[in-house]
Design a binder for this molecule. Structure first.
Ligand SMILES: C[S@@+](CC[C@H](N)C(=O)[O-])C[C@H]1O[C@@H](n2cnc3c(N)ncnc32)[C@H](O)[C@@H]1O
Length: 240
């Protein structure tokens, strides 16, 4: 059984029912059903708009865990889209190259990219993924890794009884709950994770609630004040 109705989703054995993005792909971008995803996406778009305006990244670019690629709004050539979910990858029309790859299990490039962007990358924030990011970057290539803020994840997941540390809970259109992996760490721990893949952390930035025109999700607005961070962003360089 993939999911259970009710407050949380547990197998009869008591273990958590963990799904994949295939299970939510058809409704992930429905802002009415999933306003939290929509707010995080708006905050990511806000960050990327500023990033592209100020730093103008050039060369061959990958959007990993692309879903319906936000990078496509900023990059028109030499872009490669990578995702493990056929249904998420299929949300991108047009001729941009697409690679169906689980990047925690397989390399998605070898010294190929000048820039790698990972937007809302908490489902694959692991040493295995960071090692494959390092392999896919050219010497001196950089990765911009955007996460829901650790402040938000720790407050929200510790205070709401239905939530679980290390997971994002999706309540789907049919009212069933499903848990998807979501790894978010405090900055020192995240820096150690990046270093474990021989990558050098260059910059840590945040997007704050007050910078956004609006926040629609009570799962965010009830837990974060305007001056608190909604996103943590890590920019790391291939140091190998
Ligand atoms: C939170 S969604 C974000 C999607 C998109 N970047 C956005 O901002 O709308 C995470 C995406 O990562 C993909 N993903 C999760 N684990 C992955 C893995 N191990 N390898 C590749 N993609 C993965 C999911 O299929 C999903 O499309």
């Amino acid at each position: 059984m993939k999911s259970l109705l009710g407050r949380a989703a547990f197998k009869s054995s008591g273990t958590l029912e963990v799904g994949s993005y295939e299970d939510v792909a058809s409704e992930y971008y429905d802002a009415k059903l999933h306003p939290t995803c929509s707010d995080f996406r708006a905050a990511s778009r806000y960050y990327l708009r500023k990033f592209f305006r100020e730093r103008n990244p050039k060369g061959r670019i990958a959007d990993i865990g692309c879903g319906h690629s936000l990078l496509s709004e900023f990059v028109s050539k030499d872009l490669v889209l990578v995702d493990a979910s056929p249904k998420m990858l299929a949300q991108n029309s047009g001729s941009t190259e697409k690679r169906l790859i689980d990047l925690e299990k397989q390399k998605f490039g070898l010294s190929e990219f000048d820039w790698i962007f990972a937007v809302l990358a908490d489902p694959f924030n692991s040493t295995a993924a960071w090692t494959n990011i390092s392999s896919a970057l050219r010497d001196g290539g950089r990765c911009v890794f955007i996460l829901p803020s650790d402040l938000w994840a720790s407050k929200f997941r510790s205070r709401v009884p239905e939530e679980q540390a290390g997971f994002a809970r999706f309540v789907r259109a049919d009212n069933s709950s499903i848990f998807l992996p979501s790894a978010v760490y405090p900055p020192e721990q995240q820096a150690a994770l990046i270093a474990s893949a021989d990558m050098k952390l260059l910059v840590f930035e945040q997007v704050f609630v007050r910078e956004l025109a609006q926040v629609t999700s009570p799962k965010i607005s009830k837990f974060l004040a305007p001056e608190e961070a909604i996103l943590d962003v890590y920019c790391a360089e291939n140091a190998s």
